[in-house]
Design a protein around this ligand. Structure first.
Ligand SMILES: Cc1cc2nc3c(=O)[nH]c(=O)nc-3n(C[C@H](O)[C@H](O)[C@H](O)COP(=O)(O)OP(=O)(O)OC[C@H]3O[C@@H](n4cnc5c(N)ncnc54)[C@H](O)[C@@H]3O)c2cc1C
Length: 292
C-alpha cells in the first residue's frame, strides 16, 4: 500500500508487515496529516467487524464524510435526533427519545455491520433553560473517535451492537448450542448480536443495559404478540438507559411479558423437569454453568 505514494515525500507509517498504513480513529495517516484512507485499507482499525468488506467500509466512508465536512469545510455535525428533557417531568421526553432509539437500532446499518467497532453517542447537556436538559443522538462513529469527541461529556450513553458468546464456557462454544433465547431476566446474557447501552454518569461507566437478542435483528417488532406481551420491553431498555444517565430512579419492565403474567409464563421447574430438559438437550448444562 505505501508504495503507491512517492516515498520520498509522502511516507505513511505502516504495520510491521507493511500491509496496512497505520491510521488514526478518523482514518488519517498517523504520520501524514491530511492523508485519509478509504476502502479496504480502513480495516486496519477494525479486525473483527465488516470494515474489510464493501458493506462495512461504506459505513466508515459515510462517517469519514461527516468528519471531513466538519473538519475541513466548516459544516457542523448535526444530531440525528434531539429533544428537551424537563427534569421535573422527564417521562414524556424520555419516552420519545427511547422511541427514536428503538427505531434507530432496528434499521441502523453502521451499528449492525460494524458491531463492537462503531457506536452512537447520546449526550445530555445543560440547556439555557433552568432544569431542562438537551438530549442529542449523534451519528455512528468508531468508538475511539466517540471517546475523543464526547469522552468529556459527563452524562452520556454509547449505543454499541455486541455479541455475547464470550460469556459462555471458554468463549468458543459452537453457535448451535445457543438455540434458545438467553435469560429473559438477565439480558446481558444475550449471545447473538444485540444493542448494548453503555451508560456514563459523572464521566464513569455506571451500567450497561442490553436489549434481548432478536432472531430478526429488529427491536421495533415483536415476533409474537398476545394479551400477555409487554410490547414496550425494548423501548423500556432505552428508557431505563436514559433515566440512568440522568441519575433518575425510574426503571420500567424489560421482560417480554407484562408483570401480572410473570408467574404464569415462567413457572418454576421441579428437579425432575430440569433433569429431563437436560437429558433432551445436554448442551443446556454448559450454558447453565456459565451463568453460575
Ligand atoms: C474473493 C473475494 C470475495 C469478496 N466478496 C465480498 C462480498 O461478497 N462482499 C463484500 O462486501 N466484499 C467482498 N470482498 C471484499 C471486497 O471485494 C474488497 O473489500 C473491496 O473490493 C476493496 O475495495 P477497495 O476499493 O478498497 O480496493 P480494491 O478493490 O482492491 O482496489 C484497489 C485498486 O488499486 C489498484 N492498485 C494497487 N496498487 C496500485 C498502484 N501501485 N498503482 C495504481 N493502482 C494500484 C488495484 O489494481 C485495484 O484496482 C471480497 C474480496 C475477495 C478477494
Amino acid at each position: 500500500m505505501p508504495h503507491i505514494f512517492d516515498m520520498e515525500t509522502v511516507r505513511p507509517a505502516t504495520d510491521e508487515k507493511g500491509k496496512y498504513c497505520l491510521l488514526t480513529s478518523s482514518w488519517e495517516s498517523v504520520t501524514e496529516p491530511g492523508l485519509y484512507f478509504i476502502g479496504a485499507s480502513m480495516r486496519v482499525n477494525d479486525p473483527d467487524a465488516a470494515s474489510g468488506f464493501v458493506h462495512g467500509f461504506r459505513c466508515n466512508i459515510q462517517a469519514l464524510g461527516n468528519i471531513i465536512a466538519e473538519r475541513h469545510h466548516g459544516m457542523a455535525l448535526k444530531p440525528m435526533f434531539e429533544c428537551k428533557v424537563p427534569m421535573e417531568e422527564p417521562a414524556n421526553a424520555l419516552t420519545s427519545l427511547a422511541e427514536f432509539i428503538v427505531q434507530y437500532v432496528s434499521a441502523s446499518m453502521p451499528l449492525f455491520e460494524l458491531f463492537s467497532y462503531f457506536g452512537s453517542t447520546v449526550t445530555f447537556e445543560e440547556s439555557d433553560e433552568e432544569s431542562v436538559v438537551r438530549a442529542c443522538v449523534w451519528p455512528a462513529f468508531p468508538r475511539e473517535y466517540n471517546y475523543e469527541r464526547w469522552g468529556n461529556e459527563q452524562n452520556r450513553i454509547e449505543i454499541v451492537f455486541q455479541y455475547g458468546f464470550s460469556q459462555y464456557g471458554n468463549g468458543k462454544l459452537p453457535t448451535h448450542y445457543f438455540t434458545l433465547p438467553a435469560d429473559h431476566f438477565d439480558t446481558s446474557k444475550s449471545a447473538y448480536i444485540h444493542p448494548v447501552f453503555h451508560v456514563f454518569r459523572g464521566g464513569v461507566e455506571v451500567d450497561s443495559l442490553h436489549m434481548q437478542e432478536s432472531l430478526i435483528g429488529r427491536w421495533d417488532l415483536d415476533d409474537y404478540v398476545d394479551a400477555e406481551t409487554n410490547v414496550d420491553q425494548y423501548r423500556n431498555v432505552a428508557f431505563n438507559a436514559c433515566s440512568c444517565a440522568l441519575g433518575l430512579e425510574e426503571r420500567r419492565s424489560t421482560l417480554p411479558v407484562n408483570d401480572e403474567h410473570v408467574g404464569k409464563c415462567y413457572p418454576l421447574m421441579s428437579e425432575e423437569e430440569v433433569a429431563e430438559a437436560l437429558r433432551v438437550q445436554p448442551t443446556l448444562a454448559l450454558l447453565m454453568r456459565a451463568q453460575l
